[in-house]
Design a protein around this ligand. Structure first.
Ligand code: UT7
Length: 325
C-alpha cells in the first residue's frame, strides 16, 4: 500500500541587514559579552529596520523557498505563518505575505505557539497535504521580537533577534516506512498552567497595547530541558529508531546549554547538531527554518538523511517533527 507524505522541497531564510553584537548592547546596558556568551552562546543578533515588518521578513524567506523548490506563487494553495509578532492584530500576517507573493488560491492564516510556532505550523500544513487539501504549502516562521522587548530588562533583551525562515511542502508517495522520504511524524504539546512563566504583558483584549516580553528564565530553562527530552524520545519511539539513527538535530535556538543538554539526552554528538544561536540569537518561530535553510544550503543536510526538529516556548508549548530528507 502506498501512502501520501509531505516532502520539504525548498527552504529559504532572511535576516535583517542590521547586526548588533553583545558589546554594542553592553555599551547601553549593565551586561557583558562574556556573560551573554557563557550563559547563552549568543554573540550577535539581527534587528529589523524601522518600517521593516514581520511580513516583509516572511516574504523574503518565502521567495527563496519557492525558488529552491522550483515553484511560483501559482503553485501555492496554503500559506501558514508562525509568529508571535504579527504586523497587525488582524488580518493574519499570512494574508499580507500571500498578497506580497501574488498567491491568490487556497487559504492563509497565522499560528501562534511562540517558539514552538514553526513545529505547530509544519504539523498543520503536513495534515493538509496528507489529506489532499493542499498541493503546495508555504510554512513560514517569522518574527520581529525586537519590537516586544523591554530594552531596559537585561534578563530578556539580550536573548532575542529578528528573522524569518520558510519551507515548501508538497505531496509525495511512499510505502510509509521510516526509510521513505517525507515528514515521518509530528508531536505537539501544550500546558497552559505555565503560561505566566513566559508571556507578553499586553494585547488587544487586556491593555490594548502590544506589551513587552516577560520571562522567568531559570524556570523556563528547567522545563525546556525536561520537555525537550520528552519530545525527542517521543519522536524516536514513534519511528522505531534510536538516537544513533538521527543524522541531524535541528533544535529551536533558545540557549546553547539547552541545545547541548537535549543532544546529550538524544545521544547525538555536537557535530550532528545545527547551531545558529551564536549568530541569530533566539528568533522564536523563525529559528528552526532559519537553521534548516542554512544546513540545507551549505550541503550538510542531504537527501535521505534523518532530521529531527524540536522546540519549546511560551504557553508552555513544545513539540517535535521527524523528517526523512
Ligand atoms: O525560546 C523560548 C524558551 N526560552 C528559553 O528557553 C530561555 C530559558 N532560559 C535561559 O536561557 C536562561 O535562564 C537565561 C539565559 C535567561 C538566564 O541564565 P541563568 O543562568 O538562568 O541566569 P539567571 O537568570 O539565574 O541570572 C543569574 C545572574 C543574576 O544575577 P544574581 O541575581 O545572581 O546577582 C541576574 O541578575 O545573572 C544576572 N543577569 C545578567 N547579568 C549580566 C541576568 N541577565 C544578565 C545579563 N547580563 N544580560
Amino acid at each position: 500500500m502506498t501512502i501520501k507524505r509531505s516532502h520539504i522541497t525548498g527552504c529559504g531564510a532572511y535576516l535583517p541587514e542590521r547586526c548588533v553584537t553583545n558589546s554594542e548592547l553592553a555599551a547601553a546596558l549593565d551586561t557583558t559579552d562574556e556573560w551573554i556568551q557563557s550563559r547563552t552562546g549568543i554573540r550577535q543578533r539581527h534587528i529589523a529596520a524601522d518600517g521593516e515588518l514581520t511580513s516583509d521578513l516572511a516574504t523574503n524567506a518565502a521567495r527563496k523557498a519557492l525558488d529552491a523548490a522550483g515553484l511560483t506563487a501559482d503553485d501555492i494553495d496554503l500559506v501558514v505563518v508562525a509568529t508571535a509578532t504579527p504586523d497587525l492584530t488582524f488580518p493574519a500576517t499570512a494574508t499580507q505575505v500571500q498578497a506580497n507573493l501574488g498567491v491568490t488560491r487556497g487559504c492563509a492564516f497565522d499560528v501562534q505557539a511562540v517558539c514552538t510556532g514553526f513545529v505547530y505550523a509544519l504539523t498543520i500544513a503536513d495534515n493538509f497535504v496528507q489529506l489532499g487539501q493542499s498541493r503546495g504549502a508555504l510554512v513560514i516562521g517569522a518574527e520581529t521580537f525586537s519590537r516586544i522587548l523591554d530594552w531596559n530588562d537585561r534578563g530578556t533583551c539580550v536573548l532575542f533577534g529578528d528573522g524569518a525562515g520558510a519551507v515548501v511542502l508538497q505531496p509525495g508517495e511512499g510505502a510509509g516506512t521510516v526509510e521513505d522520504r517525507g515528514i515521518l511524524s509530528t508531536h505537539l504539546h501544550a500546558d497552559g498552567r505555565y503560561k505566566d512563566m513566559l508571556y507578553v504583558d499586553g494585547g488587544p483584549s487586556t491593555t490594548q497595547l502590544a506589551g513587552f516580553l516577560r520571562m522567568e528564565g531559570k524556570e523556563v530553562f528547567k522545563h525546556a530541558v525536561v520537555n525537550l527530552a520528552q519530545a525527542v524520545d517521543e519522536a524516536l519511539e514513534a519511528n522505531g529508531v534510536d538516537g544513533a539513527a538521527v543524522d541531524w538535530l535541528v533544535p529551536h535556538q533558545a540557549n546553547r546549554r539547552i541545545i547541548d543538554a537535549t543532544a546529550r539526552k538524544l545521544g547525538v554528538t555536537s557535530d550532528k547538531v545545527v547551531v545558529t544561536i551564536d549568530r541569530h540569537a533566539n528568533t522564536s518561530a523563525a529559528s528552526i527554518p532559519l537553521a534548516l535553510s542554512e544546513a540545507v544550503g551549505d550541503g550538510r543536510i542531504t537527501r535521505g538523511q534523518l532530521v529531527l526538529l524540536e522546540a519549546m516556548g511560551g504557553g508552555f508549548t513544545w513539540g517535535s517533527a521527524m523528517v526523512r530528507w
